[in-house]
Ligand binder design. Structure first.
Ligand SMILES: C[S@@+](CC[C@H](N)C(=O)[O-])C[C@H]1O[C@@H](n2cnc3c(N)ncnc32)[C@H](O)[C@@H]1O
Length: 286
């Protein structure tokens, strides 16, 4: 008979060569295999593991050892205090996006509308809706991502505040106007895309590949923005730290009259461009 504590030790040992978070990962995977919370596991180290549970745990450890992110193995990821269902069709939401989300929440209030371009699993859109009470629209080129975002909005009781459409950039919402537009579009330069076993190598290429310099999608998005804005609107665009200055320059050139600045993530790295319209909006491009 194998106890939970013994299985955990074996799991940590098997994961150690592949990850710096072997203990935490092994606990999460074992809790998943025995369908219990991680806290329960820690308090019940003497409890026996069935042969089936042991086999399932070993299989999960093998997936993790191959580099697959824990979020894909468990089918869920945390973001801003909520849990989101994820799968390999969507990017795993990152804490790097949380400061951008905080700015959107501080700006928006109930009765306002926001747009999240490239909504993925819905983490950013659902969080903004839940925390601000604003109605949040989202678009994504991936039908699988839209299905996941809708599932997450329903699970979180946010279906009335969230409305997601499959389509290219802002095409599905061209008739609408927004107080805020946020985007975390694919922004890794193609040549820098890592392969497995890097965790990013497990994510959909369409969710990470930002073209030659990482800004290809933002260059297409920016000219579409003026026509979609309410007066005194806020735009927040996340990108890779080395590309932020160039994104800010592109935003200034495309949106003259906007106050443009750069926001940082938890690590203090430049992570997003903020553009605030100052009353008068430039004429939209056709
Ligand atoms: C970096 S992921 C971000 C997902 C989500 N916003 C998040 O932060 O977790 C980028 C998303 O943009 C979507 N996407 C890529 N190209 C797009 C396009 N042309 N129009 C709309 N969405 C697009 C991808 O399918 C992916 O879901």
């Amino acid at each position: 008979m194998t106890t939970l504590a013994e299985a955990l030790c074996a799991g940590i040992e098997s994961l150690a060569p592949a990850t710096d978070s072997a203990r935490a990962d092994a606990q999460l995977l074992l809790a998943h295999a025995v369908r219990r919370e991680r806290e329960w596991l820690i308090a019940h180290g003497d409890a026996p593991l069935s042969a089936e549970q042991r086999e399932s745990f070993e299989k999960l450890c093998r997936r993790r050892s191959s580099g697959e992110p824990v979020a894909y193995i468990l089918g869920r990821a945390g973001f801003y205090g909520r849990e989101f269902i994820v799968d390999r069709n969507v990017l795993i939401p990152r804490p790097e996006s949380e400061h951008l989300v905080e700015e959107a929440i501080a700006f928006l209030e109930a009765g306002m509308t926001a747009l999240d371009v490239g909504v993925g699993c819905g983490a950013i859109a659902c969080t903004i809706a839940a925390e601000s009470g604003a109605v949040v629209f989202g678009t994504d080129l991936s039908a699988a991502a839209i299905a996941r975002a809708e599932q997450n909005a329903r699970r979180l009781g946010l279906a009335a505040l969230c409305c997601f459409y499959e389509g290219d950039l802002t095409a599905p919402v061209r008739e609408r106007r927004f107080h805020a537009i946020v985007a975390n579009l694919p922004y890794v330069p193609t040549a820098d895309l890592p392969a497995q076993p890097d965790p990013v190598g497990f994510e959909p290429r369409a969710a990470v590949d930002g073209g030659p310099d990482g800004l290809a999608l933002y260059r297409r998005l920016l000219p579409q923005i003026p026509a979609l804005l309410e007066r005194n609107a806020l735009i927040l665009l996340e990108a890779a730290p080395p590309t932020i200055e160039e994104l800010a320059r592109t935003v200034r050139a495309t949106l003259p009259g906007f106050a443009v600045s750069i926001g940082r993530d938890y690590a203090g790295l430049p992570r997003y461009v903020r553009a605030a319209s100052q009353g008068e909006l430039p004429a939209p491009e056709n």
